[in-house]
Design a protein around this ligand. Structure first.
Ligand SMILES: NC(=O)c1ccc[n+]([C@@H]2O[C@H](COP(=O)([O-])OP(=O)(O)OC[C@H]3O[C@@H](n4cnc5c(N)ncnc54)[C@H](O)[C@@H]3O)[C@@H](O)[C@H]2O)c1
Length: 356
């Protein structure tokens, strides 16, 4: 199969759909890979890295779309790309169709085969192509949270781990899924006192077993969370209710119970946020203040670390990309139930009722 990787054109998007290692694997399986010049630069990959791995370079997106049977990218196609897509061309990328009727209509009109990363789903209902980005965001939540706790940034002026003789910072993590677990690992590694809340008892048992002694688990109730608000230094929102808006576990009136300079990082902002006062922010202006409390609510946190995020994403997508390339999309989706769940629009037909 001929595979094409265009450069991402969405603002502040520095990831790329395939690493040189991915190119090498596809090439070894007998496929031909074309990369747009400069596509990997934002993720730290030079054109020459791709050439060494066996890809050929093309000067612009038009040339890439013209040649490819399958396009592998990161973000959904933007209007400037719609006209480049060919009937029966496979598009393997994040789409988030439910968020854009214009994109959905354009992909129906294109007659392309759209396989959406975000809906590829395993039998246990986990989302293998979303998980890597949650891992990145969970770890970043602590990195950014620790930075904004600094006085010059408007925080309380506390060091996460304290020092001998001085208490560490107290970190509350709401939700013990992928984001919450990674956040707990980072915060505990820095020496903070961590409390992680979840409503899933089995999950709490697991977390108690695997996380270090400076992480406590608590069953998530309003009462339990409120009891810690006056002493918390950093609060991470990481709740997800599948297919629903996140519940507001921290409401505006709760801010009054917190000390000035407390930092809130609401990773769940992309699902409406679990902190009522959170509004989506960007990497250009990541934080705002309400009642003396700092809010960090960047909706695409992994974009801050494209080198790591590209590697994390493509190591998860590559096995699926290989299967599609080896078998063709129809056979691959027949043989792999997870991949079939990702098949969203095909040759002008919407295949998922949620999107329709
Ligand atoms: N901002 C970003 O850049 C970014 C990046 C990746 C993921 N996210 C978002 O982060 C959120 C979490 O993702 P995830 O992959 O960790 O999800 P997940 O499904 O792995 O974990 C969610 C956890 O929340 C728990 N939960 C549900 N209700 C709760 C409650 N009332 N109190 C406490 N816990 C509760 C669930 O039991 C589950 O363990 C999602 O909204 C996801 O879209 C954002």
């Amino acid at each position: 199969m001929v595979i094409g990787v265009p450069k991402e054109i969405k603002s502040q998007e520095f990831r790329v759909g395939l690493t040189p290692a991915g190119v090498q694997s596809l090439q070894a399986a007998g496929h031909v890979v074309y990369i747009q010049q400069g596509a990997g630069l934002g993720s730290g990959f030079l054109d020459s890295d791709y050439e060494k791995a066996g890809a050929s370079l093309l000067p612009d997106p038009k040339a890439v779309y013209e040649k490819a049977d399958m396009i592998i990218k990161v973000k959904e196609p933007l209007p400037a790309e719609y006209a480049l897509i060919k009937p029966n061309q496979i598009l393997f990328t994040y789409f988030h169709f439910a968020a854009s009727q214009a994109l959905t209509n354009a992909m129906v009109a294109s007659q392309a085969i759209c396989i959406a990363y975000e809906t590829v789903e395993l039998a246990d209902r986990s989302l293998p192509l979303l998980t890597p980005m949650s891992e990145v965001a969970g770890r970043l939540a602590i990195q950014f949270g620790a930075y904004y706790l600094g006085k010059p940034q408007g925080g309380k002026g506390k060091l996460m781990g304290g020092v001998p003789g001085v208490k560490p910072a107290k970190v509350l993590i709401l939700g013990g899924g992928v984001v919450g677990t990674q956040a707990a690992k980072m915060a505990s590694g820095l020496g903070a006192q961590v409390i992680i809340f979840d409503t899933n008892l089995a999950r709490l048992r697991y977390l108690t077993d695997v996380l270090p002694a400076n992480v406590q688990t608590e069953f998530s109730t309003q009462h339990a969370i409120e009891a810690h608000l006056s002493t918390a230094d950093l609060i991470v929102g990481a709740v997800l209710l599948h297919g629903a808006k996140a519940p507001h576990l921290i409401k505006k009136e709760h801010l009054k119970q917190m000390e000035t300079g407390t930092v809130l990082v609401d990773v769940a902002v992309d699902q409406g946020g679990c902190i009522e006062t959170c509004q989506p922010t960007t990497h250009d202006h990541p934080v705002f203040e309400v009642d003396g409390i700092l809010h960090y609510c960047v909706a695409n946190m992994p974009g801050a670390v494209p080198q790591t995020s590209t590697m994390a994403l493509t190591q998860a997508t590559l096995p699926y990309a290989l299967q599609i390339a080896n078998l063709g999309w129809e056979k691959a989706c027949q043989q792999n139930d997870a991949l079939q769940k990702g098949l969203s629009i095909s040759q002008g037909k919407i295949l998922k009722t949620e999107i329709a």
